[in-house]
Design a protein around this ligand. Structure first.
Ligand SMILES: Nc1ncnc2c1ncn2[C@@H]1O[C@H](COP(=O)(O)OP(=O)(O)OP(=O)(O)O)[C@@H](O)[C@H]1O
Ligand SMILES: [Mg+2]
Length: 220
């Protein structure tokens, strides 16, 4: 973004169940305790329109969804959240946290679904211009560990999430390709995209996240 006045934009990435939402919540608490105003967004979803798009994406009845449809719906949700929430909050110089952003489309639709990085980057440029997170934290845990965590959580929330499973029912090979996608981004953009060790207790990981974020706060 070219505006001289803007806040700080941090996104969280990682395979399913790696601890993104947990870490984003802990970071938001810590930032608010330090006196910052924080806006939290999540993909797909975030806004009321985004939540309607999310329902289409996750509905287990939508098995026949083409990868390009999935990509466009992800970008529709992202474009809405960016216009409605992210850009206004950044203009107010707030701290914006997003649970997933365009890097998820690079890793999931670009790499794992095979649409390629180029298609995703072109859509990003068309819809969002040069808006990028200042920092992206990709939480990395063993795939099996993350999926076991996610399944444990889904079981405990089973009653209302039974049909929100379309994107959760992928093979281990699929998630391995997602991980490959994230590692490619880390190699392409080492300054912005940092891989964070997600092993250990949530508090241990939160301290690693805080160590990444603190230098950006000092510079403001
Ligand atoms: N460091 C940790 N150690 C053990 N369990 C954890 C840890 N961090 C999170 N969990 C638990 O694992 C589950 C998944 O965590 P969380 O929802 O934060 O992951 P996520 O990356 O947001 O998942 P998803 O991709 O499905 O949204 C939750 O039940 C959470 O309480
Ligand atoms: Mg989550």
């Amino acid at each position: 973004m070219t505006d001289a006045r803007r806040g700080l934009f941090i996104s969280f990435e990682g395979t399913d169940g790696s601890g993104k939402s947990t870490q984003m919540r802990l970071l938001a608490q810590r930032l608010r305790a330090s006196g910052f105003t924080v806006l939290e967004s999540a993909e797909p979803g975030g806004t009321p329109i985004g939540l309607q798009i999310r329902r289409i994406l996750l509905d287990s009845a939508n098995e026949e969804m083409a990868p390009m449809t999935e990509l466009l719906l992800m970008f529709a949700s992202r474009a809405q959240a960016t216009a409605q929430w992210l850009k206004p909050a950044l203009a107010r110089e707030e701290i914006v946290l997003s649970d997933r952003y365009t890097d998820s489309s690079l890793a999931y639709q670009g790499e794992a679904r095979g649409l390629g990085f180029d298609a995703v980057l072109k859509l990003h440029e068309l819809l969002l211009g040069d808006l990028q997170p200042d920092l992206t934290l990709c939480i990395e845990v063993d795939l099996e560990e993350g999926l076991a965590r996610a399944h444990g959580r889904n079981r405990s929330a089973a009653s209302d999430s039974t049909k929100e499973t379309r994107l959760d029912e992928q093979s281990l090979g699929f998630y391995q390709r997602v991980l490959d996608g994230y590692r490619k981004i880390a190699a392409l953009e080492p300054d912005r995209f940092h891989i964070v060790d997600g092993r250990g207790t949530p508090e241990m990981v939160a301290d690693r996240v805080w160590a990444e974020v603190q230098p950006l706060l000092v510079r403001r």
